[in-house]
Design a protein around this ligand. Structure first.
Ligand code: MN
Length: 267
């Protein structure tokens, strides 16, 4: 420590003296910092940018986590070879930076030859909580969007068979294109309405969000039993039947009546 400037040996007092001539003070004040006890530490690498989703009418919604519901529509559970009456829906997640906005193309992912689309209603949490009641669940939702839960179906099949986690099947880069968010205050809660997906203009998925096994309030309430929810969390609420493969060059569009539409191209 002897070779360092005198102020370095007493960092905490140095960082509190705003008008000190200590050169370290300047660094501490202008660089992004995180709280570490009573001292401020500099990030040692540049932090990743905050992921966000544009909001209809302006502004952006910062994304914290992406939760997803599996097998929340009976017909989809059946097409995947499962009995919806025997097994309730369940949760998995994607990393926040899997989000793709603005209709940007997504690259065909590596390590798969069976990339599937899944159109889904997305709820965006504005008020956090844990152990949220079904009755108050929608009070926690800031807004809604339409998302696509892209899936490496071949790796998911492998994971199921091998009793391995789903991360490589679900949590890959660019796997969650999403529409702009609509504020909950601007619409009636989307508990029913047509949900559909087209590939190159041809309808592949067509159902109604009222077909969900866990409706929106139950999704929020159930999820909050396992995880404390925080503002910025997104919940992909599951997909109806009709999932299938896309290839490079395909144009994928999806919509939910009263909520919006999402689009992307497989590049
Ligand atoms: Mn899904």
């Amino acid at each position: 420590m002897g070779a360092l400037p005198a102020c370095w040996s007493s960092t905490s007092s140095c960082s509190k003296r705003k008008f000190s001539f200590c050169p370290m003070t300047v660094l501490v004040m202008v660089r992004p910092t995180i709280e570490m006890g009573f001292e401020m530490a500099e990030f040692v690498i540049t932090p990743s940018p905050q992921v966000s989703v544009p909001v209809v009418g302006g502004g952006a919604f910062p994304v914290r986590r992406i939760y997803c519901v599996g097998r929340n529509y009976a017909e989809h559970a059946r097409e995947m070879g499962h009995d919806p009456d025997a097994e309730p829906p369940f949760f998995f997640s994607k990393p926040a930076d899997a989000i793709v906005t603005g209709g940007a193309p997504i690259p065909y992912p590596t390590e798969t030859s069976n990339l599937h689309y899944e159109i889904e209603l997305v709820a965006a949490i504005g008020t956090g909580g844990k152990g949220i009641s079904v009755e108050s669940a929608l009070d926690h939702v800031w807004g809604y969007a339409v998302g696509i839960d892209f899936t490496r179906r071949d790796l998911q099949a492998w994971a199921k068979k091998a009793a391995k986690p789903w991360e490589v099947a679900k949590g890959f880069d660019h796997s969650a294109p999403i529409s702009a968010l609509v504020a909950a205050s601007a619409l009636t809660p989307p508990l029913k309405g047509a949900i559909k997906l087209e590939v190159n203009g041809e309808t592949r998925q067509s159902a109604d969000i009222s077909d969900m096994i866990w409706d929106l309030p139950h999704v929020v309430a159930e999820l909050s039993r396992y995880f404390e929810l925080f503002p910025g969390d997104l919940i992909f609420t599951g997909t109806p039947a009709g999932v299938g493969a896309v290839v490079k060059g395909d144009r994928v569009t999806g919509s939910i009546a009263g909520v919006g539409s999402v689009e992307t191209t497989i590049a």
